[in-house]
Every structure is written in structure tokens, then in C-alpha cells.
Design a protein around this ligand. Structure first.
Ligand code: ZN
Length: 252
């Protein structure tokens, strides 16, 4: 069996307590629903929420044992403690994967990790087609050329993000708007995936392709072994980096 991937799903978990239609879709929170569909022998999932204490459920112990952090927030981005945001950034730069969903584009974590505002245009809930524009990408495995969502909140360009290193999906709305709906970056040793579908008042997370994309993204973003020591500073190595044996190799 391959190595178990430890995932923490962080959810703001406010709408589900206060808005009836959201409560009806996700009575235990959308993070708990996602756990129920994403957890398996290979993926072990911990839940964390904004109101889980001063560290929002992201204690050092939880963060240090998280391979991939998934993030959903919307109405209370400003309530997330800056110290926690900085800890998440540091963990990502040291190799923890980060999957930011939907309105997480405006979270402090996303802004801090990728370095831009995440500004975009938004609007009503309308039909959306998600185009798979990078079919050989690991996150697109098993996803058809396109699939339909009966309703998603319009998110439109210009999306103020750094140029994605890879774009996997493109959203097209029935009213004409377009959006880079699945984007990848690396920061330090960490891999980041932003995925646009996931508005709280529509059943997007029940869609089997959305679930498959998130499952693929977990495996893609999980830290891999590297031939390098992972460092988070800039040490001086003097004038000789290689060993004496390696120097002999160059001299022969
Ligand atoms: Zn939304």
C-alpha cells in the first residue's frame, strides 16, 4: 500500500450554522461532507474550523502532521489569526500541499502564499461548464473534456493571481463570463491548487467530477521525496559545496 496522505480540511463553518439552504446541503459542515467522500485507505482526513479555539484548529501538532491542507472560507477571512496564516505559509514553503477552494481566493492564506490579492468579478448563480484544458495533468485524470454544473456563482476574469505555472480547468458561464477555474503553483517545496467551483448554496461538492478533481489534487499536492534537504533559510556553504570524492571526479 502506498503511503497514507494526511489531509486537514479547514472550513470557516459559519454559513452552515446560519443559512438554512446551506445547512440543508451540509448539515455537519461542508468539510465534514468532503471528508465523507474523500477519505479512504490512502487518505486520512482531519477536520478543522475557524471557531476551533484561538488557533482555528490548526495547532502546531495538526499542521506538522498535515501533508495537504484544504481551505474553504468566505465571510470571515479577516478573523483568521495572522500568526496562523504565517505558519501555514511556512509549512507550504517547506512542502505541505495547499488546495484552496472557491471563495478561499480571498483568504489571507491564499494571498500570503501566492502573493497577490485574488481579486475577481463575481455575480449570480448560473450554469457553468468546466472545460478540462490540460487532459494529461494528474489533477485531470479521469475527467472528461468538459462537465456541467447546473448552478455556480459567477467568478470572472480578471482574476488577480500570479500567472499559473499550470492551468488545468477553464470555467465558462452561460452568460458569457470566463474564469481560470483550476490553477497550479509551486512555492518553495509546496504545491498549490486553486479550484473555483464550490459555492455554499449549490450542491457543487456532490458532483462526482468535482470530487474526483479534489481527490486527484490531494495526491498531486502531497509532498514528494526530494534529493535536496528542505531548507527555509539561506545558509552560506563557503567555497566548497561538493565532497572531496566529488572534487576528485571533476579532476579526473
Ligand atoms: Zn460563493
Amino acid at each position: 500500500m502506498s503511503k497514507v496522505i494526511n489531509v486537514t480540511i479547514w472550513n470557516e463553518f459559519r454559513h452552515e450554522k446560519t443559512v438554512d439552504e446551506v445547512k440543508a446541503l451540509y448539515p455537519d459542515g461542508l468539510h465534514a461532507y468532503l471528508k465523507s467522500v474523500l477519505e479512504c485507505d490512502e487518505v486520512k482526513i482531519t477536520l478543522a474550523a475557524l471557531d476551533d479555539g484561538p488557533e482555528h484548529g490548526l495547532t502546531d501538532d495538526v499542521l506538522n502532521n498535515t501533508d495537504v491542507l484544504m481551505w474553504w472560507g468566505h465571510m470571515a477571512h479577516h478573523e483568521v489569526n495572522d500568526d496562523i496564516v504565517e505558519k501555514v505559509r511556512e509549512r507550504v514553503y517547506m512542502g505541505m500541499g495547499l488546495i484552496v477552494m472557491h471563495s478561499g481566493h480571498y483568504s489571507k492564506v491564499f494571498q500570503r502564499v501566492v502573493g497577490t490579492t485574488g481579486n475577481l468579478l463575481w455575480g449570480a448563480n448560473v450554469k457553468e461548464i468546466i472545460w478540462n484544458i490540460n487532459p494529461t495533468h494528474p489533477i485531470a485524470e479521469g475527467i472528461p473534456s468538459h462537465f456541467k454544473l447546473d448552478a455556480e456563482e459567477i467568478y470572472s476574469e480578471p482574476f488577480q493571481i500570479p500567472q499559473p505555472e499550470e492551468q488545468v480547468f477553464q470555467g465558462w458561464y452561460e452568460t458569457g463570463f470566463v474564469f481560470r477555474s483550476g490553477c497550479c503553483w509551486t512555492r518553495g517545496f509546496g504545491k498549490i491548487f486553486y479550484f473555483q467551483p464550490g459555492h455554499e448554496t449549490v450542491p457543487t461538492f456532490y458532483n462526482k467530477y468535482v470530487q474526483k478533481i479534489l481527490a486527484n489534487a490531494i495526491r498531486w499536492a502531497a509532498p514528494k521525496e526530494t534529493g535536496y534537504q528542505k531548507i527555509n533559510y539561506a545558509p552560506c556553504v563557503g567555497d566548497q559545496f561538493v565532497s572531496d570524492d566529488e572534487l576528485d571526479f571533476f579532476k579526473k
